[in-house]
Design a protein around this ligand. Structure first.
Ligand code: DQA
Length: 144
C-alpha cells in the first residue's frame, strides 16, 4: 500500500490567495495541493490535504492520522501560537511532523514568534511562501 502523507491547514488558510496578499502571496490552497500531489505521485506516495477553521476538528484529523499516515505537514495558522491541545495531539503521532508558515512569522508581531507546535515539529519552514509546503513534503518523503 502506498504511504500516505497528510497536509493539515488551520484557520483562515482557506482564504489563502485572497487574504492579506502582501503577507501571504497570491497562491491558493488548491495550488499548494496540486504541487504537493505531483511530488507525492512522483514518489509513489498518497496525499490527503485538509483545512479546518476549528481546533477540535484539527485535533481529530491528527488522531485519525495515527492510524494510517506516514507523516504530517501542518500549518496550524493562529493555533500555532495558542494551542497546547494541537501540540498534545501531535505528540501522540509517531511519524515525522513538519510545521509550515507561509509568512516569515519571526519578522512579524511578537505574538507570532512563539509556536507551541515547534515543541514537537521535526522541522519548521517559515517565510518561503506557499513553496514552504513543497519543501516540507519533500522533507517528509525523504524521511519515509
Ligand atoms: C501563518 C502565520 C500565523 O501567525 C497566522 O495566524 C496564520 C498563517 C502562516 O502561514 O504564515 O494564519 O501560519
Amino acid at each position: 500500500m502506498p504511504k500516505l502523507i497528510d497536509i493539515l491547514n488551520g484557520p483562515n488558510l482557506n482564504l489563502l490567495g485572497e487574504r492579506e496578499p502582501g503577507i501571504y502571496g497570491a497562491g491558493t490552497l488548491a495550488d499548494v495541493e496540486a504541487a504537493a500531489r505531483d511530488l507525492c505521485e512522483a514518489a509513489g506516495a498518497d496525499l490527503r490535504m485538509r483545512q479546518s477553521n476549528h481546533e477540535g476538528e484539527i485535533i481529530e484529523m491528527i488522531h485519525g492520522a495515527r492510524a494510517d499516515s506516514a507523516g504530517i505537514v501542518i500549518n496550524p495558522g493562529a493555533y500555532t501560537h495558542t494551542s497546547i491541545a494541537i501540540l498534545d495531539a501531535l505528540n501522540a503521532f509517531k511519524g515525522p511532523v513538519v510545521e509550515v508558515h507561509v509568512s516569515a512569522v519571526h519578522k512579524r508581531e511578537p505574538f507570532r514568534h512563539h509556536s507551541f507546535v515547534s515543541h514537537r515539529a521535526d522541522a519548521v519552514i517559515a517565510g518561503c511562501g506557499i513553496q514552504g509546503y513543497e519543501l516540507a513534503v519533500r522533507h517528509v518523503l525523504s524521511r519515509l
